[in-house]
Ligand binder design. Structure first.
Ligand code: PRX
Length: 648
């Protein structure tokens, strides 16, 4: 093992950890690969089933058919709530909610949360929601968001959460794609210095064109006056006041849908990733327990937004199914100041802290005093997710935040995978800054060559694929199974293709190198270049646009847009502003380009295909070696692109 880049914790750390050594990891990992059926049938018993399954797994990647725990019956909200109350943990804190303003917080015990969930389930039923109906949730990080998810799962409704920064247009498209019956939202939102995020107003704009929506439930978060549409909109608090608090959980089949979550791909509109009930819950419950070495009484905090998969799996379903205490944070790391994360860690004595590299980079830049002035002794495990973590922020996290005591758990996974697939285990895996290290139990990663062969051995690089199914895997793209096959199973027949590249080093450790398709990862947010290009293309005066990523100190990747204007239209600040406004309208503020370069022409092959590799080089400022440009229809375009880039 490479010596100076290898972090192993002292032996006493691992005493009573769930997986206490690398040998134990290897033993269990080998079992999980050699006997997946035996392994997962044992693990699945950690949750409660009304009726056991009669087949553990059945998958065929060529047809993209994936089933786990077939004919097993269970209910997710029962597993996350009733089960703990029945076994005497009703008084334990389930959710700690920390508001954007440090003076605002709330706690819900398991009993209290169950009470709210049952009532909301009845509200939804009263509004006509039945098993299998889709419910859209468009909210900021308030407790009602988790209550809404659990209430849906209680009655078998399928939730589709739309991240609160998405625009009205994005919300509308997502609602229509899965024909949601109900929308749950809030009056306005607060986040950092923004104290009036117009959630209901955005929802109203979206709802001009969403024929499937029958009712809207509105949470009063800020009390700001909002328009309520007679016969369609109801107030959450009014309905909850009169709702019955008895509601039996529906017995769901393991393969019944639990939720849809839209994510961006390299082409076309966002895909509705569909996760089902049994396999997903088994996977997130088990992985949360092992990866965060969660023990009774621990206070666990994942800083993600529930609008993304990390929040679904590791704020709500994983922790609550494990009877954990999970923190939900409404705010941002720099409000009221750069010490906010660390204040929250000290306030609740957080043991496991899980965040994104982009947040670490932003905080690191502000200096160590924000961290050093806090105690932070409660911290035991520090996780990261969402994008590659580079050595400087890894070391800062390890040395300054964790004071050299806490393992850094760099978890690699995707919306599609449901839970973490490649990760160190805190007491077992020696870590190396920047490597997600080794596969989790039951996961069989492989590196593929461009021509579809598995690359054997170590010290190699290739395209990351997964060879066999795992319980948390997505089952389809909502309403478009063919697209599911085409996107994930056609590149390498018989494998799930991740869209990421990776290296495997001499110790068999994985190092994720990033997306190999046209998907960007901006501050951990996944954004399809095609979507942004489409939005820019709708601006008056724009003829064509191409968007690529470039290295960005804080965001990991920044977004660089090359725009060709129509003949006779001049570049101006006005058109630049219009382009940004179009992106904000079509997608949301998180998808705004960092740089816009106007160029009279884009580099195209004779068949009209844009050569993005050239644009990436220009965006990086790496002008020296453009590679082979002989296939370009007009090689002179390149010199113009380089000279114009000086003005960006
Ligand atoms: O490129 C990988 C990157 O994020 C992509 C998945 O994005 P999303 O579906 O939004 O899910 C993010 C949260 C699970 C992956 O294809 N990614 C995620 N985690 C890591 C990562 N890249 C490097 N290291 C990671 N730990």
């Amino acid at each position: 093992m490479s010596k100076n880049n290898n972090y192993k914790l002292s032996a006493d750390w691992s005493i009573d950890s769930h997986i206490s050594s690398l040998d134990k990891y290897n033993e269990l990992y080998n079992e999980s690969i050699q006997d997946p059926v035996g392994f997962w049938s044992r693990i699945a018993k950690r949750i409660s089933w009304y009726k056991p399954w009669n087949k553990v797994r059945d998958f065929d990647f060529e047809k993209a058919k994936i089933k786990w725990f077939e004919n097993g019956k269970l209910n997710v909200s029962y597993n996350c709530l009733d089960r703990h109350v029945e076994s005497g943990d009703g008084d334990k804190t389930a959710i700690i909610w920390e508001g954007n303003n440090p003076s605002e917080d709330k706690k819900f015990t398991y009993t209290e949360l169950l009470f709210e969930v049952k009532k909301l389930a009845n509200v939804l039923k009263k509004l006509g929601v039945e098993k299998g109906d889709r419910v859209c949730i468009y909210m900021q990080m308030i407790p009602e968001l988790s209550i809404a998810m659990l209430a849906c799962s209680r009655i078998g409704a399928v939730h589709s959460i739309v991240f609160g920064a998405f625009s009205a247009d994005s919300l509308r498209d997502r609602i229509n794609d899965s024909s949601c019956k109900i929308l749950i939202t809030q009056d306005t939102g607060v986040r950092g210095k923004k104290d009036n995020i117009p959630m209901k107003e955005n929802a109203d704009s979206a709802l001009f064109d969403t024929p499937s929506i029958k009712s809207v439930v509105v949470v009063k978060r800020t009390g700001v006056d909002v328009n309520m549409v007679e016969g369609r909109d109801v107030w959450w608090h009014e309905e909850m006041n009169i709702a019955d608090d008895r509601c039996d959980p529906v017995h769901m089949d393991a393969e019944d849908p639990l939720f849809i979550l839209y994510t961006s791909g390299s082409t076309g509109k966002p895909k509705g990733v569909l996760h089902t009930t049994g396999g997903y819950l088994v996977y997130v419950s088990f992985s949360h327990h092992i990866i965060f070495d969660y023990k009774d009484g621990d206070i666990y905090w994942c800083t993600a937004d529930i609008g993304w998969i990390t929040g679904h799996s590791y704020i709500v379903y994983g922790p609550l199914s494990n009877c954990a205490t999970t923190i939900m944070f409404e705010g941002v790391p720099n409000y009221p100041d750069y010490g906010r994360f660390w204040d929250i860690v000290d306030k609740y004595e957080v043991n496991q802290f899980y965040t994104a590299p982009t947040a670490l980079r932003a905080l690191m830049k502000e200096g160590n005093s924000w961290v050093k002035s806090r105690n932070l002794d409660s911290l035991r495990i520090l996780g990261t997710v969402g994008e590659p973590i580079k050595e400087p922020e890894w070391k800062w996290y390890y040395e300054i935040v964790g004071k050299g005591r806490c393992p850094i758990i760099d978890t690699w996974w995707q919306t599609e995978t449901g839970g973490v697939l490649i990760t160190p285990l805190p007491a077992a895996t020696p870590t190396k800054p920047g490597s997600a290290t080794l596969p989790f139990f039951g996961i069989h990663p492989v590196l593929m060559s461009d021509d579809g062969k598995e690359i054997e051995g170590n010290d190699v690089q290739g395209l990351l694929a997964i060879k066999t199914s795992w319980p948390g895997q997505m089952r389809t793209i909502y309403g478009d199974h063919q697209r599911f096959i085409d996107t994930y199973f056609s590149q390498f027949p018989g494998y799930y293709f991740t869209g990421d590249g990776a290296k495997r080093d001499g110790d068999g450790y994985y190092w994720i190198t990033g997306r190999v398709d046209d998907v960007l990862n901006i501050s951990g947010h996944r954004i399809g270049t095609a979507e942004v290009e489409g939005a820019i293309g709708k601006t008056n005066g724009v003829a064509e646009a191409a968007v690529v990523g470039f290295s960005h100190d804080i965001k990991g990747q920044g977004m660089y847009a090359f725009v060709t204007l129509m003949t006779g239209v001049d570049s101006s600040n006005k058109i630049r502003e219009n382009i940004i406004q179009s992106v904000v309208k079509e997608i949301g503020p998180h998808a705004k380009p960092d740089n816009i370069q106007f160029s009279p022409a884009l580099p195209k092959t004779r068949s009209g295909k844009i050569m993005r590799r050239i644009l990436r080089k220009v965006a990086e400022g790496d002008h020296d070696n453009m590679g082979d440009i002989s296939t370009l229809a007009d090689p002179l375009v390149v010199a113009n692109l380089i000279s114009d880039s000086a003005q960006v």
